[in-house]
Ligand binder design. Structure first.
Ligand SMILES: [Fe+2]
Ligand SMILES: [Fe+2]
Length: 313
């Protein structure tokens, strides 16, 4: 079959809402786009464990500690499903981790911001996991089978993460004046980085069109950002907290909230590695990789021993 015929059959499958599976023919660019997206998503999950891991030992109660611990473990699990999904496209986990460690692969910029107070655990769950859900629910219908199936489970867990964060915010916002102030401060620091999580504006996002045609993406960055802002404003009102954007205003005509200018210089600066915690995060991941070398070697030796025994039998 010619490449053109293969490509037509491939696109027809996508148009018919059928899934592309690992052994199916696919254009090289589709494979590469998915490898980039899924591996960066996986990296975000495991780097995302770091800012929250920072607070496990300082959670204010046993219940809070148990919940946060469970949440951070979920993120490790998300990383593992996603690395496995990416491996079906012909890249190894070692290669992906090399790319993370040498800085050629990116992860979500939000995790390069520090977590300064307990309220940050609330703001992250509410806003960061909330933004992640907005992004990830449409990925459950992604055209690539292994990615879409991983996302179904991930999204169920993300909704628990969002609620645990919102509950922390609610408790603080209805608590003492000092607690409310702490919640407001966390919202002030995490609001803009959260809405940057949806990525550059549509006109500055050249790969989006192809990703939409291939049904990897279902909605544009700006559409998802707008949706997130519309639901989150209402949630902030219930908390009695103020979103740090003086231009935020309901637009009757559009049926959406208008919002202020995003500081894209800040966004690109963090993407390029100059955010407040980029170096610290990467150091922590590299350190964990090096310290875990003996575990990988032991697992490999065990697998080889088992295989050798089986072949003798
Ligand atoms: Fe996650
Ligand atoms: Fe999460």
């Amino acid at each position: 079959m010619s490449n053109e015929t293969l490509e037509l059959a491939f696109q027809k499958k996508i148009d018919d809402e059928l899934k592309i599976e690992p052994k199916d023919w696919m254009p090289e660019k589709y494979r590469q786009t998915l490898i980039r997206q899924i591996s960066q998503h996986a990296h975000s999950e495991i780097v995302g464990m770091l800012p929250e891991g920072n607070w496990i030992t300082r959670a204010p109660s046993l219940r809070r500690k148990a919940v946060l611990l469970a949440k951070v473990q979920d993120e490790a699990g998300h990383g593992l499903y996603l690395y496995s999904a990416a491996e079906t496209l012909g890249i190894t986990r070692d290669q992906m981790l090399d790319q993370l460690h040498d800085g050629t692969a990116k992860y979500s910029s939000i995790f390069n911001y520090p977590t300064l107070s307990w309220a940050d655990m609330g703001a992250i769950g509410w806003l960061v996991d909330g933004a992640a859900i907005m992004n990830q629910v449409p990925l459950c219908r992604c055209s690539y089978g292994p990615y879409s199936r991983a996302m179904i489970r991930v999204c169920k867990e993300e909704s628990f993460h969002q609620r645990q964060g919102y509950e922390i915010m609610l408790t603080l916002a209805k608590g003492s004046a000092a607690q409310k102030k702490m919640a407001q401060d966390a919202l002030n620091r995490f609001w803009w980085p959260s809405i940057m999580m949806f990525g550059p504006n549509d006109d500055a996002s050249p790969n989006s069109k192809l990703s939409m045609a291939w049904k990897i993406k279902r909605f544009s960055n700006d559409d998802l950002r707008q949706k997130f802002i519309d639901v989150t404003v209402e949630q902030a009102n219930i908390l009695g907290l103020t979103i740090p954007d003086p231009d935020l205003k309901w637009n009757e005509e559009r049926g959406h909230y208008d919002f202020g200018e995003i500081n894209w210089d800040e966004f690109w600066n963090v993407v390029k590695g100059n955010g407040p915690c980029n170096r610290q995060r990467l150091e922590a991941r590299k350190n964990a990789w090096e310290k875990g070398a003996w575990v990988r070697e032991a697992a490999l030796a065990h697998a080889q021993k088992k295989a050798a025994k089986q072949s003798v039998a």
